[in-house]
Design a protein around this ligand. Structure first.
Ligand SMILES: NC(=O)c1ccc[n+]([C@@H]2O[C@H](COP(=O)([O-])OP(=O)(O)OC[C@H]3O[C@@H](n4cnc5c(N)ncnc54)[C@H](OP(=O)(O)O)[C@@H]3O)[C@@H](O)[C@H]2O)c1
Length: 301
């Protein structure tokens, strides 16, 4: 695929929400969407950081239309408040980019009592999507992009104990959360199609990109290591699969995009596959029910 940012048509008249847009892949995704004329909402847990990101975007493009709104995905109260505020002030939503995430932090529970990676990476986005769905489905050509990872193979969906109440394994918990994001993207598409909606649900992963995500990893693996910075691609490069999933002309619902070179670690975006666990329909259905009962947000049943 020889897709380039220059190929992206004007997005004028469209509105996008990018979660975790103050830095890293979310920042790059939001900046490109804004440069292409989209009104972009930076949905961030720290409004000062969001404002600083907005200023950087305006430096890149003084005509960019960027709005900062508070959203902490690890708080269902915050997710509800965000969705309510956005829905009150907008009558359309073209793109929802479920990007925010954390990786392998020490064990912690969210204010709602969920393991922190499950809460921030997955459950918050499940609830957010459901609460914004009425706007998405009434907006022609709308898309929902969910960020997964090569790490979706590191874990399984632990339907009996997603919170790791016994024996926290931070790597496995990250893998579980990213597998859940991917299974959610697939299951959401099946349910959208069944309900007759045209909104597309698409998944993407950035390969391995030099961002703050690695802050809890051992120093040797961190982006400062000279060897690692040879392997890691930039956040700009890592944002391309998300942008392709959001805007690519030949994208179909249920597709998954990632970098096409070096074992999907870097390179231009291509359509990629995922492991067998991610395609398990029985687990996908059970995951959906679990997510509804955990979040209290029911949709597309
Ligand atoms: N970088 C990679 O190689 C890689 C590989 C595979 C998948 N991914 C996925 O790509 C996505 C973006 O990661 P990144 O690499 O850009 O990481 P990053 O630079 O650390 O950015 C993560 C963003 O998520 C935000 N965030 C974290 N917890 C949040 C919460 N509870 N509520 C709202 N926002 C929250 C962060 O906000 P703060 O700045 O306030 O912390 C930040 O804006 C993640 O879903 C990650 O799993 C990344």
């Amino acid at each position: 695929m020889s897709w380039k940012l220059q190929d992206i048509a004007s997005q004028s008249g469209r509105i996008a929400i990018v979660t975790g847009a103050n830095i890293g892949l979310g920042f790059e995704t939001a900046a490109v969407l804004a440069e292409k004329g989209c009104v972009v909402v930076l949905a961030c847990r720290n409004l000062d950081k969001a404002q600083a990101a907005k200023q950087q975007m305006l430096k890149r493009d003084p005509d960019a239309s960027v709005i900062c709104m508070a959203l902490d995905l690890s708080s269902l109260k915050s997710v509800r408040a965000f969705a309510q505020a956005f829905s009150r002030s907008h009558s359309q939503l073209d793109l929802l980019i479920n990007n925010a995430g954390i990786m392998m932090p020490p064990y912690a529970l969210s204010e709602d009592g969920f393991e922190s990676q499950w809460a921030a990476n997955y459950l918050g986005h499940f609830a957010l999507t459901g609460l914004l769905l009425p706007l998405l489905v009434k907006t022609p050509k709308s898309r929902i992009v969910s960020l997964s990872s090569l790490a979706h193979t590191w874990g399984a969906i632990r339907l009996e104990d997603p919170n790791f109440t016994r024996g926290y394994d931070k790597r496995e918990a990250y893998g579980q959360s990213k597998l859940a994001c991917l299974m959610f993207a697939y299951e959401l598409q099946r349910r959208l199609s069944r309900a007759g909606h045209n909104t597309l649900s698409v998944a993407a992963h950035p390969g391995v990109s030099a961002t703050n995500l690695f802050q809890h990893m051992p120093k040797a693996v961190q982006v400062f290591s000279p060897l690692m910075s040879l392997i890691f691609q930039s956040a700009k490069g890592g944002a391309l699969p998300s942008l392709y999933a959001a805007l690519g002309a030949d994208v179909a619902g249920g597709d998954y995009y990632g970098p096409g070179s070096m074992g999907q670690m870097r390179g231009a975006p291509v359509k990629v596959g995922s492991n067998r666990a991610s395609r398990d329909l029985t687990v996908a259905t059970a995951l959906w029910s679990l997510s509804e009962s955990q979040s209290g947000v029911r949709y597309l049943d």
